[in-house]
Ligand binder design. Structure first.
Ligand code: ARG
Length: 761
């Protein structure tokens, strides 16, 4: 009996086709047909693989963009209207705000296209195609090829392939490695540099719950904003804003569904996840847990407290630091959650056990032993070496470059090198100063020297006390001798004498830069000393420690995949386009705590607290919600759903990604992960990890009812009108193609009452 069921199980495993399972995985859309489609259909997908990814015909991928290199957005109209998160548009929204006309606090909707606001520097990338170029990149390379030669060859080939794919600047292209250098892929994009702000709710909606609710479920945040992509008259990208540009006509835009979701419904998230490290060895996890994360948390906490105190004193400062604060606070809390989670879930122990099993598997076979035998040793040795210099690295990034004046001064180092030369290259100097104009504008637009001085004193003091003395820069000796080791006193000197505290003085310097002026500037002196120390004393040792790590990591990942050959792995996120699929799914956060899969507007009223800036609710919103004025955006249960969760595998960079139902319609915007699964970027836990999404009906309610911008909703292709019929669909689902012909897309909107959800759990 036991035996036969064991046999059956074995047979089943052997007969199973090599398709990936839903839960874990950020999949390359290129392989959706081969790896995922069958499983996706089982879960409720109605689209064909070609409707998701196709290079020759319009497909879902054409509706997805990478926004500014750090977020995701999706087209929701044939005129280039783009939805993304509020926290993705935050910087742009703040940049158009003043205390008198505060778009952050009041919200904003362009009434006509002429009111849409330009955002210099902001761009979107749209994928043209991707290609597996592993064979070409690794051609002729064998396990015997010396590592340095391999690295050089690989880099050269990557560069050449990317250059060829750019077709004389028509496209943006790059080759990215996957699985730690075991595979390589070419990505070709169109880059549109004219992206205008169209609308955003007030911050009290778009960031409702603030840092208290951040990274947590249940959530009631209307985390969305609207942009529009502009193109030339022939629908081609332009490098920046151009007069005469017209709204871009995407090959495809997503229809928006008012139908809502049920537990178990299919969901797909398409976007640009930034970085995961699921193949990080136990030694790397350990270092993160007991050194890097605590240091990051401490340094960020210090900085945030200063920014907060100064912001509370002066609304001008608060506005200037709003976006910087949000960014630093976001990952401050992330590191806290990641460490808590690693302890609770025993992530290091788990990885250690996996590595033990891996070593046993390697040792069991002679050929394997030869190929992989030293892998773990090499890795552990590398980490032991890196550990000695790790704090210096973290403090360079989080303390030195966490101080605005020092981060800016660091950007003057190329200019410094040019000025130092015996026969200075005037043309290069001119170019270097020109290149500094934009960063100068950017810094001083939102700079408060008095605040930064406090940050400088506090963070540099921590650098001075926490980093091993023999790894510290020379200038710290000056501080010790001449300022009694007080960074506060040294800060007085820096901030009273440096020209980098004032825009006028910086501009003046950049007009006629001289070597003595730069070298005598105390802020520059400080960063120069920090960098010189790092380059001379830290980096070479780090590099020596890491020398064998690239190879060891590559073999480690190869061995893991070979050992578990029945499992299909998806490559770690690396800011390339990915698709993840799963279903709407509640979860048990901890013993006896079960979370429902959706939240409603009732929760906004419950959380409302006029005395706490994070939980203020606009008056108009309270009135509308109390009157239950939900219109056609209400759920069939009569409430207004604000957010829902799915088990899609996502990470930072996915922010703003569309959540798409089985028919290819937009049902939500992914905007966060949950607290119980903050280790998700390092290790995936299918029972706990959830993707938090704004319900698209709440988004539309905010635009139309709260924001009075019905014209923007009307521009979208709204389908499946909710349980309050009588409001006609504004448009039919007609994806536009470049040549103006409608493209064929199947949408079955019929779902019989009582029909079970497509996938049962
Ligand atoms: N945790 C969210 C993400 O990384 C960002 C939320 C922004 N909100 C905030 N309160 N900082 O995508």
């Amino acid at each position: 009996m036991l035996k036969s069921s064991w046999l059956k199980a074995l047979l089943l495993v052997l007969l199973l086709p090599a398709v990936a399972r839903a839960d874990e995985g950020m999949w390359l859309p290129l392989f959706v047909k081969r790896l995922n489609h069958a499983d996706m259909q089982k879960k409720g997908l109605k689209l064909t693989a070609e409707e998701i990814y196709d290079v020759n015909n319009s497909s879902l991928k054409d509706a997805i963009v990478q926004l500014g290199g750090f977020c995701t957005g999706e087209f929701v109209s044939k005129e280039g209207l783009l939805l993304t998160n509020h926290h993705c548009g935050y910087d742009a929204i703040q940049s158009h705000s003043t205390p008198q006309k505060n778009l952050l606090s009041d919200g904003f909707y362009a009434t006509t296209k002429t009111d849409e606001l330009k955002n210099p520097g902001l761009f979107v990338d749209i994928l043209v195609r991707m290609e597996d170029v592993t064979g070409k990149v690794l051609e002729g390379i064998t396990p015997q090829t010396p590592e340095a030669e391999r690295a050089q060859l690989v880099q050269k080939r990557q560069q050449e392939m990317a250059n060829a794919a750019k077709e004389n600047g028509q496209y943006v292209a790059y080759v990215r490695d996957m699985f730690a250098g075991n595979e390589y892929y070419l990505f070709v994009y169109q880059r549109f540099g004219d992206v205008r702000l169209v609308g955003a709710p007030p911050e009290s909606v778009g960031k409702f719950g603030g840092d208290t609710d951040n990274w947590m479920w249940p959530r009631h945040t209307g985390d969305f904003s609207l942009f529009r992509v502009y193109a030339s008259k022939d629908n081609k990208p332009t490098a920046g804003y151009q007069e005469g540009n017209i709204p871009y006509m995407p090959k495809k835009h997503l229809p928006v569904s008012l139908q809502g979701v049920n537990e178990g419904d299919f969901s797909m998230v398409f976007g640009f996840p930034g970085r995961t490290q699921r193949f990080l060895p136990a030694a790397g996890l350990q270092l993160t847990l007991d050194e890097s994360n605590p240091a990051r948390i401490k340094l960020r906490d210090t900085r945030l407290k200063i920014w907060k105190a100064d912001g509370d004193q002066d609304p001008n400062v608060r506005l200037k630091y709003a976006s910087k604060y949000a960014n630093i606070a976001n990952y401050w809390k992330y590191f806290i959650g990641q460490n808590e989670g690693m302890k609770r879930l025993k992530t290091v122990d788990q990885k250690t056990a996996e590595e033990r099993a891996l070593m046993q598997w390697i040792a069991a076979d002679q050929a394997r032993g030869q190929q992989y035998g030293s892998v773990l040793n090499d890795i552990n040795q590398a980490y032991a070496g890196m550990r000695q210099y790790n704090l210096s690295s973290v403090y360079m990034n989080e303390a030195a470059l966490g101080t605005e004046i020092l981060a800016f001064a660091a950007r003057l180092r190329p200019l410094h090198n040019l000025l130092k030369s015996e026969s200075p290259d005037q043309a290069a100097i001119k170019k270097a100063t020109d290149d500094l104009k934009e960063p100068t504008e950017e810094l001083f637009k939102d700079y408060n020297a008095a605040t930064d001085k406090k940050v400088f004193a506090a963070l540099m003091q921590l650098y001075y006390t926490d980093v091993p003395k023999n790894q510290q820069p020379e200038i710290f000796q000056t501080v010790a001798k001449q300022y009694g080791g007080s960074m506060q006193k040294y800060a007085d000197e820096v901030f009273s004498k440096s020209f980098l505290t004032s825009k006028a003085k910086t501009d003046q310097f950049l007009q006629k830069p001289t070597l003595p002026q730069l070298e005598n500037d105390p802020a520059f002196k400080m960063i120069n000393s920090l960098f010189t120390n790092y380059q001379q004393n830290i980096a070479p040792k780090m590099q020596a420690a890491q020398a064998g790590l690239v190879r060891a990591n590559r073999l480690y990942v190869a061995a893991i995949r070979e050992k578990n050959s029945q499992k299909v792995y998806s490559p770690d996120a690396n800011s390339t386009i990915r698709l993840s699929y799963g279903s709407v799914r509640s979860y048990e956060g901890r013993d006896a705590v079960k979370y429902s899969f959706f939240t409603t507007a009732q929760g906004i009223l419950e959380k409302e607290d006029p005395t706490n800036p994070e939980f203020v609710v606009p008056k108009k919103q309270i009135e509308l919600l109390k009157a239950k004025d939900y219109g056609r955006f209400a759920d069939k249960d009569g409430t207004l759903h604000t957010a829902f969760i799915t088990d899609n595998d996502i990470t930072g960079g996915n922010s703003g990604s569309p959540v798409i139902n089985g028919r290819g319609e937009l049902i939500g915007l992914a905007f966060d992960g949950n607290w119980e699964a903050m280790t998700g970027d390092l290790a995936y836990d299918p029972e706990l990890k959830r993707c938090i999404n704004a319900d698209i009906r709440y988004v539309l309610w905010c635009i139309e009812k709260l924001g009075g911008a019905k014209h923007l909703v009307d521009e979208m292709t709204v389908v499946n009108n909710g349980p309050n019929p009588g409001v006609s669909n504004t448009a039919q689902m007609v994806p536009t193609s470049l040549d103006g012909k409608a493209t064929k897309v199947k949408i079955k909107t019929k779902k019989k009452k009582g029909e079970p959800a497509p996938a049962s759990l």
